[in-house]
Design a binder for this molecule. Structure first.
Ligand SMILES: O=C[C@H](O)[C@H](O)[C@H](O)COP(=O)(O)O
Length: 337
């Protein structure tokens, strides 16, 4: 997994060195769940609450912070019955898209994340409500442990597609014969809708009263946006688990700490202050006369960290520089962090 062009990467300065401590997968999920709320949720916000074992910890953290009074005036929109119940048990005030069509931020897990930050979601059967809520958020923050990263979506995790119960076998066959889905094995989900492992004899039913078909691919999906559009245009398909061009940032917990990758839009928004290794700072200063102004930051808080190899710099982009210039420079700085 390496971020694609247009995606920038940064490693948390407070990155915990976890190699020696070998945290469990649940502990990794808790770290990213808590970090997402700490970094992206502020008082007064409308927050989308995802579904699954990772999003669970973000909901838990939000409940804690509201209870402690660290956050106030939050309303949240859950993406499943399970999440609604958890949020209610924590006293998180809930609303719906009917009254709040615009969210400040939505936080959710994912089953797979590719280098373009496209996702497969819906392993837990909540894809429709997740997509409805998350497309309405200004920022969509994805939280995963590193096992979810992949070079191509598909072979590592079956792609869920939510379909109407009416003539579902016909719809299943139609999906399997779509050109972009060629070669996939389409399997109707059985038992509980919250897992793609068959655990019952009845057809699984989603929170919306629909069925799910899991598409098993042997090879990586070549063009996820094309497949997304073909599936969406199939009559009988309600929605699918491909979440393309939606992710603002992904926070990843791995054996060597917490990393985050973000879309260029967020990198541009975040650029004013950055931690930059010395050699990058020299380079940045060299090009500072053209489109970018880089000043060493002299705050007291900075000094404590100046002993290290990095310098905190304030980066200002010249207003006259083109968007392409800015993207190139910001990408360069972020990739070097
Ligand atoms: O329907 C479920 C959702 O799409 C989940 O976000 C996804 O399955 C990831 O879940 P988990 O965090 O439990 O791996």
């Amino acid at each position: 997994f390496a971020p694609a062009a247009g995606v920038s990467r940064s490693r948390s300065i407070s990155s915990l060195r976890m190699a020696e401590t070998a945290l469990s997968q649940d502990e990794l999920k808790k770290m990213v769940g808590y970090k997402s709320v700490d970094d992206y949720v502020e008082s007064g916000m409308v927050v989308g609450l995802g579904t699954g074992s990772t999003a669970y910890f973000a909901v838990e953290r939000l409940g804690q912070k509201l209870k402690d009074g660290e956050l106030k005036d939050i309303v949240a929109i859950p993406t499943s019955v399970r999440t609604k119940e958890q949020a209610e048990s924590l006293g998180i005030p809930l609303v719906t898209l009917d009254t709040h069509s615009k969210l400040d931020v939505a936080i959710d897990g994912a089953d797979e994340v590719d280098p373009d930050l496209n996702l497969v979601k819906g392993g837990g059967g909540a894809l429709l409500r997740e997509k409805m809520v998350e497309v309405c958020a200004d920022k969509f923050i994805v939280i995963v442990d590193e096992s979810k990263l992949c070079d191509g979506l598909g072979p590592g995790f079956p792609l869920p597609v939510e379909i109407t119960p009416f003539c579902h076998e016909h719809t299943l066959r139609t999906i399997a014969s779509l050109p972009t889905c060629e070669g996939c094995d389409a399997v109707l989900r059985m038992g509980s809708s919250s897992t793609n492992k068959p655990d019952g004899d009845e057809i699984a039913v989603t929170d919306n009263g629909n069925y799910i078909v899991d598409l098993h691919f042997k090879e990586a999906i070549k063009d996820a946006p094309a497949m997304a559009s073909e599936l969406k245009n199939t009559v009988g398909v309600v929605d699918h688990g491909l979440f393309c061009d939606m992710t603002t940032a992904v926070i990843i917990a791995g054996s060597d700490g917490i990393s985050s990758y973000c879309s260029m839009a967020l990198a541009l928004a975040k650029v004013p202050t950055a931690w930059v290794p010395k050699h990058v700072l020299r380079h940045a200063l060299l090009i500072s006369n053209s489109q970018m102004r880089v000043k060493k930051e002299r705050s007291r808080s900075t000094k404590t960290i100046l002993h290290g190899r990095k310098r905190k710099v304030r980066v200002k982009l010249n207003k006259k520089s083109t968007l392409a210039d800015r993207k190139e420079q910001v990408a360069y700085l972020h990739l070097c962090l």
